[in-house]
Design a protein around this ligand. Structure first.
Ligand code: NAD
Length: 289
């Protein structure tokens, strides 16, 4: 049986450290880390994700606020709301929950967020800093969380072959860059990639984020590989499953994340980490975990 990578436990361990640091910040400076979530429309998955983020932020003693705008919100109202949050003294992190209603251009609105409060790491400046290896930006939460999970299995990443399947700005692209910065040899695949099974066989670490239930088959996976399944797919039965066919994959993998309970909890923990780091930066305090 492979090593099951317990994302809940690893996230809980990180959150305990964040709680202690947040308490120190409040004692020392009277400052609570502040996180604001901005949601447009009534997408049920987005409602649930923001609710989860809010509950966990409050558990760590953060200030949390949710701003909900209707799907028909005029462009200027959303722009004004982002500017208001940029200027708010008690907000250190702003998340614009995606997806936005189709008529709103996410790139336009993400680029209006103050990069110093862009704790999702999706502003072009932060994405560019990741690309160039400049350390004072924010790294997108899901890739950051995946790297922490991978580091529980691999103490040395240099030279390992990493495959990233999925090329979104939210997960796949920043994930590939992050692994390149760990001196891994990285390939990326997407919906037009040819011969995916034979590519997968070359990966010591395979990271999958495509949104296609049980797409990656166990016999594609290199024996002993580490498999990180980012996918969250809801079946008509209500069950959540990943992009990897878990039953056949666990026959081959050396370590694998379950869905649920793998990447999801680490994504939220990484968001809380970035928010706390933002508050420390704002107070000119060094942030070390
Ligand atoms: P997206 O739709 O923006 O991007 C999907 C990517 O996968 C695209 O690059 C596309 O080319 C590629 N792709 C699609 N089908 C493919 C195929 N058959 N073969 C190879 N590549 C294929 O999706 P996203 O936002 O990156 O999310 C991907 C999945 O990860 C979704 O299930 C989403 O719910 C999940 N997700 C989970 C978390 C988490 O915290 N666990 C966070 C973000 C996204």
């Amino acid at each position: 049986m492979p090593n099951l990578i317990d994302g809940r436990k690893i996230a809980d361990d990180l959150k305990k450290k964040l709680l202690t640091l947040a308490q120190h910040l409040e004692e020392k400076r009277g400052v609570k880390p502040g996180l604001a979530a901005l949601r447009v429309g009534d997408d049920p998955a987005s409602q649930l994700y923001v609710q989860l983020k809010g509950i966990q932020a409050k558990e760590l003693g953060y200030h949390f606020e949710e701003h909900v705008l209707p799907a028909w919100t005029p462009l200027s109202t959303l722009e004004a709301k982002i500017k208001e949050l940029n200027q708010s003294a008690h907000i250190h992190g702003i998340i614009l929950q995606l997806p936005l209603p189709t008529e709103l251009d996410k790139f336009h609105f993400l680029s209006l967020i103050d990069p110093a409060k862009d704790v999702d790491g999706l502003h072009p400046l932060n994405a560019g800093k990741l690309f160039q290896g400049i350390k004072d930006g924010f790294i997108a939460c899901t890739p950051l969380g995946c790297l922490s999970l991978i580091q529980t299995v691999h103490t040395h990443l240099e030279g390992l072959n990493v495959g990233v399947i999925g090329a979104s700005i939210l997960v796949g692209r920043p994930m590939a860059i992050l692994m390149l910065q760990q001196d891994c040899t990285v390939w990326m695949a997407h919906s037009k990639t040819q011969n995916l099974p034979s590519l997968c066989e070359t990966a010591d670490i395979l990271i999958v984020a495509i949104g296609n239930p049980r797409f990656i088959q166990g016999d594609w996976i290199q024996k002993g590989a580490t498999v990180i399944d980012v996918g969250i797919n809801r079946l008509p039965s209500g069950e959540f499953i990943g992009d990897v066919d878990f039953d056949s994959a666990q026959e081959r993998a050396g370590a694998i994340t379950p869905v649920p309970g793998g990447v999801g909890p680490m994504t939220v923990a990484a968001l809380l980490r970035n928010t706390l780091e933002s508050a420390f930066r704002h107070e000119n305090l060094p942030f070390t975990l």
